[in-house]
Write a protein that binds this ligand. Structure first.
Ligand code: 13P
Length: 251
């Protein structure tokens, strides 16, 4: 049985006071929810404060991207070792906002994924198609290629220590959620593609869905056979909504 996983991706939101209020409410109201893992991926400057709030609790934390380099003259970048210094367990790699806005290629994403694993962090690898690609009916090809880039660089075995997040780009921040069936179809495809490399990993790997997951649709999404939880953007900034989504992962 795979354990469900709910991770908040705060993106570039928050401030010290709001973060504290949010996390205190999340801690208090999810204290009994031990059936699933809960995490928040926060902006770099808040890692230290978040570590202080979440240390020795049931809620884990991580970052939203990381450098593919271990150290060096890379002004503005943050290394995996720095994330480990602040107790991160997870790091998101390949979010579509990084791929699209900052031009990260699948090859760069693979190097970030590899760097994260070298440092003992668990990469949350985001893959997903744009609306144009879905309409052209090449979703599986796109998602397959994004996954393949990882396998070619890091090897199929590396998937054992990662989480995959299927995030259709057209569903992110748009209020347009993939239907549970649409999401399930792609999750099943991802799991089958991984099974072609390694059946055991395919049955054990956590594959979460992201894209306008809200308190009122999380239940249906998480009930699907191959959906193991969610990567939550907007709704992770509101304690009540995030808690309700964590609750949906208990079933
Ligand atoms: P929203 O939940 O705001 O659509 O964002 C999803 C996302 O991009 C999570 O990484």
């Amino acid at each position: 049985m795979r354990k469900k996983f709910v991770a908040g991706n705060w993106k570039m939101h928050g401030n010290l006071a709001h973060n504290q209020e949010l996390l205190e409410a999340v801690l208090k109201n999810t204290a009994n929810m031990r059936q699933s893992e809960i995490a928040v991926c926060v902006p770099f400057p808040y890692l230290s404060a978040v570590q202080d709030l979440l240390r020795n609790t049931h809620v884990k934390w991580g970052a939203q991207t990381v450098s593919e380099h271990d150290k060096g003259a890379y002004t503005g970048e943050v290394s995996t070792e720095m994330l480990s210094d602040f107790g991160c367990k997870y790091v998101i790699v390949g979010h579509s906002e990084r791929r699209v806005i900052y031009g990260e290629s699948s090859q760069t994403v693979a190097l970030k994924y590899l760097a994260a694993q070298r440092a003992g962090l668990i990469p949350i690898l985001c893959i997903g198609e744009t609306l144009e690609q879905r309409e052209a009916q090449i979703t599986e090809q796109v998602v397959g290629e994004q996954l393949n880039a990882i396998v070619e660089t890091a090897g199929a075995e590396s998937l054992m220590k990662s989480v995959v997040a299927y995030e259709p780009v057209w569903a992110i921040g748009t209020g347009k959620t993939a239907t549970p069936q649409q999401a399930q179809e792609v999750h099943e495809f991802i799991r089958k593609s991984i099974a072609d490399y390694n059946k055991k990993i395919a049955s054990e790997i956590t594959i979460i869905y992201g894209g306008s997951v809200k308190a009122n649709n999380a239940d249906e999404l998480f009930a699907m056979k191959d959906i193991d939880g969610g990567l939550i953007g907007g709704a992770s900034l509101i304690a009540e909504d995030f808690v309700a989504i964590c609750e949906a992962a208990q079933n």
